[in-house]
Ligand binder design. Structure first.
Ligand SMILES: Cc1cc2nc3c(=O)[nH]c(=O)nc-3n(C[C@H](O)[C@H](O)[C@H](O)COP(=O)(O)OP(=O)(O)OC[C@H]3O[C@@H](n4cnc5c(N)ncnc54)[C@H](O)[C@@H]3O)c2cc1C
Length: 522
């Protein structure tokens, strides 16, 4: 009998398995496929890398620390394929309109996440990344069993029996506690018949994606803005191409591979015939000249995958002797790369519960709190993304709404790096007594039809709402939608973080920022 059975060996399952071993528990990690295998979900953020670093430090997992920054990753694990992510790039398009090469700067948003490559974020090439984590988990004594078709979860009172088959042979795993890390509509969703809950007000969306060889860099096409140096190379980013009803992501890896796909409303999916996969992709490229040029010599490296129901909210997140990771409890959209930080926050919370309340009478109460937090954060993310979808044809409002995300994310990162996690206990600050409810109101307003003057008022109100948390100079006139990372922005915002000037300087030094530097021209 194991203390903990973790089902699903994506990065999150393996990471939690390693932590549980470090906490002294026996762990079995059960996978239906085998590594290396391709999964989607690749782009990290400053907050997700910080959470990874915090977990690696807290639970003594030194082999994971280099993966939290591009520079240390390159030096330590050059064989694990990776992409350089200096920030978020957004381009706005009107479908089927010819794009002049020198386009309006108001149709572009660049938000820098890190001031230089060394400490930058990354795209995780998941086939390599997840294989590495499974191997590390095994080195720590996690028992890993792959190619298992689990069928049944039987609660036998003080233990759970997981029943299934491997290579035609019946298999049973006995454990005191089960964590489901199998993703949306995964193992326990089926085995326990857990229903789905509606994500109210959220549009029905689809995704269509593949991995490609031979994709050019956007900066080498005539689409690239000429004349000025952007705050970071626009392709070294999570690149978002926004159009009315959907968006395209492009993530470039250092092994010649590019991950790209479309997330879009069901109307767009029907218009483009997503069910025709590659043809639907080509149809979209024909409507966006910049992408058409970028993908002119590209070849899909594997068959396209069409997910017809992209968003998901589980009706239950935890129960007696089981819990879903956030990535199994729900999903909204790849927009803004929210999946990793939500998942890592869940891993951190479950790890803390296992550490502090394993076998205690408070375990179930702690799991209830975990379930409520997980669901609240999913709903907050869905409200944000729904408001963004509703404004994909109105890029100034889309930009302002995204600043709510960037303000909350940069404030959270800075507060945690200053050792003040109590300032930022929830994702998107959704449980903050002022910011949380204000975001709900703004997201609702953003989804209602508006006159042009009302859009200007909405943008003004969004900028007012972010101001108490704005530590990154967001929305400042003169920055024209190009946001570099400026040490001065943080220094001037010390009071918002309950910090002194000196504390900010020391924090910048600790995380390799090199105060005085900015990301411009790097
Ligand atoms: C199209 C798309 C794009 C995304 N892009 C991003 C992004 O850029 N950034 C970001 O932060 N997030 C993104 N996400 C979300 C991201 O994919 C997830 O947050 C992340 O993959 C969660 O990791 P995980 O290890 O929990 O689960 P997964 O990576 O989904 O791994 C689950 C594992 O469980 C195994 N499994 C499944 N069913 C069973 C079963 N019954 N029994 C045993 N094993 C099973 C699978 O084989 C797999 O190995 C994206 C999601 C989608 C759908």
């Amino acid at each position: 009998m194991y203390d903990i059975a973790i089902v699903g060996s994506g990065f999150a399952g393996s990471l939690l398995a390693m932590i549980a071993r470090r906490l002294g528990h026996s762990v079995v990690l059960i996978e239906k496929g085998s590594h290396p295998r391709v999964v989607i979900g690749e782009s990290s953020t400053p907050l997700s890398n910080l959470l990874l670093e915090e977990l690696a430090t807290r639970y003594n997992l030194p082999s994971l620390r280099p993966l939290a920054k591009w520079g240390s990753w390159q030096r330590t694990y050059p064989h694990i394929a990776c992409g350089l992510k200096r920030g978020f790039t957004f381009h706005h398009h009107v479908l089927a309109s010819p794009q002049p090469p020198d386009q309006n700067p108001q149709d572009q948003l660049l938000v820098t996440a890190s001031p230089r490559d060394e400490i930058a974020d990354t795209h995780w090439y998941r086939a390599d990344f997840d294989s590495f984590l499974v191997e590390e988990a095994q080195k720590l004594g996690v028992e890993y069993v792959d190619q298992v078709a689990l069928r049944r979860f039987a609660d036998c009172g003080s233990e759970v029996r997981l029943e299934g088959q491997r290579n035609g042979q019946a298999m049973t795993f006995r454990a005191r506690f089960v964590v489901d890390a199998t993703g949306p509509r995964g193992f326990l969703h089926h085995a326990l018949g857990i229903g789905e809950r509606e994500l109210q007000g959220y549009p029905a969306t689809h995704a269509l994606y593949s991995h490609f060889f031979g994709v050019r860099r956007l900066e080498e096409t005539q689409y690239s803005r000429t004349g000025e140096a952007p705050p970071f190379p626009i392709d070294d980013a999570a690149v978002h191409h926004i159009f009315d009803g959907g968006w395209v992501w492009v993530l470039q890896f250092d092994n010649g591979m590019t991950s790209a796909g479309i997330a879009a409303t069901s109307q767009i999916a029907a218009q483009l015939h997503f069910e025709n996969s590659g043809q639907a992709w080509d149809r979209l490229l024909n409507l966006i000249p910049a992408l058409h040029e970028q993908f002119a010599t590209a070849k899909a490296e594997r068959p396209f995958i069409h997910i017809p129901r992209l968003s998901f909210r589980s009706a239950q997140v935890a129960g007696p002797r089981w819990a879903l990771l956030p990535s199994a409890a729900g999903f909204v959209d790849p927009l803004l790369s929210t999946g990793f930080p939500l998942t890592l926050l869940g891993v951190a919370r479950l790890a803390e519960i296992i550490d502090e309340d394993w076998g205690s009478p408070y375990l179930d109460r702690r799991l209830d709190t975990y379930a409520t937090q997980t669901d609240h954060e999913l709903l907050a993310t869905a409200r944000l993304i729904a408001a963004l979808y509703a404004n994909m044809s109105n890029f100034p409002v889309f930009t302002a709404l995204s600043l709510l995300y960037f303000a909350a994310a940069s404030y959270s990162e800075a507060a945690r790096r200053l050792g003040k996690p109590e300032l930022v206990s929830s994702f998107l600050l959704c449980e903050h007594p002022v910011f949380g409810p204000e975001c709900v109101r703004l997201f609702e307003r953003a989804q209602r039809p508006r006159a042009k003057t009302e859009s200007a008022e909405l943008i003004r109100d969004i900028l007012l709402a972010i101001e108490p948390f704005n530590v990154a100079g967001l929305g400042r006139p003169g920055r024209r939608n190009w946001y570099a990372v400026e040490a001065n922005d943080l220094l001037e915002s010390a009071g918002k973080l309950d910090a002194t000037h000196d504390e900010i300087l020391r924090m910048l030094e600790r995380c390799g920022f090199q105060p005085g530097a900015s990301s411009v021209g790097n």
